[in-house]
Design a binder for this molecule. Sequence first.
Ligand SMILES: Nc1nc2c(ncn2[C@@H]2O[C@H](COP(=O)(O)OP(=O)(O)OP(=O)(O)O)[C@@H](O)[C@H]2O)c(=O)[nH]1
Length: 253
Amino acid sequence: MRKQVQKLGRLKLVVVITLVASCLAVIGNVSLSFIFDFNTSLWEDIFRAALIPVFVVPFVSWHLAGLFYKIDRLERDVSMMARIDELTLVSNWRFFYQQSDDWHRAESNRDAEYAFFVLDMDFFKCINDRYGHACGDAVLEKFGRILREFAPRPNIIGRIGGEEFAVFLPNMSQATAEAVANKICQGAKKMLIEHEGEQVACSVSIGVSMNINHHQDSIENAFKYADLALSYAKESGRNCYRVYNSDQKRLVV
Ligand SMILES: Nc1nc2c(ncn2[C@@H]2O[C@H](COP(=O)(O)OP(=O)(O)OP(=O)(O)O)[C@@H](O)[C@H]2O)c(=O)[nH]1
């Protein structure tokens, strides 16, 4: 019902309410006149009954419909703010975890392979210190766009906090996960932010864990191993990815 009202729009809703109110008033008035025999003509009854709804109902329903659409929009905004990171437009940590965990539970009786990325911008403090926090924010915003482009749905992207992100890639082989990680690294490297006539460059390091969800593992473990792989990527000079296989309990790339 709510969805239909949303689709209808304010003007059409007012027209529908006015028509319904007028019809009900006419039916009511004609029935009363018939029962109590008011001695008036049918057209008189119809005219008198429709007079008030036609003038009053559009005015009242226009304002009520406006209120409904305003509350509805506010509700949608609040619900979005509770799930989406405003700067990067990816899921916040809580919503990211909830979606990943939902998939993990739903697929727990199947040998589904999945990848978990932890991504951290390189030397981000230097960007903030040298170009200012607003420029750092512009880098994060653009990086959010790159993640959405190279890891689209059904992959799940989240901002863990600060300059750290996570991506959950369901039904993913190691080869495809590596290709995605590679594209993200290259995309970040090519990304240039215009700042007071200067081009600001950045890079990202990615830790990847490859997991099979029948092995009594958990999202927490996938995260832990991806974080471990990330520390290897940082140690290896940054701007690269490393892969940890949770099954073999070792770094494979
Ligand atoms: N602009 C901006 N900066 C942020 C935000 N959140 C965290 N930071 C900054 O991100 C920086 C993170 O710095 P570090 O954890 O030292 O890491 P790093 O400089 O990226 O170095 P490595 O990770 O070792 O490559 C800090 O200076 C934080 O203030 C944010 O939302 N916007």
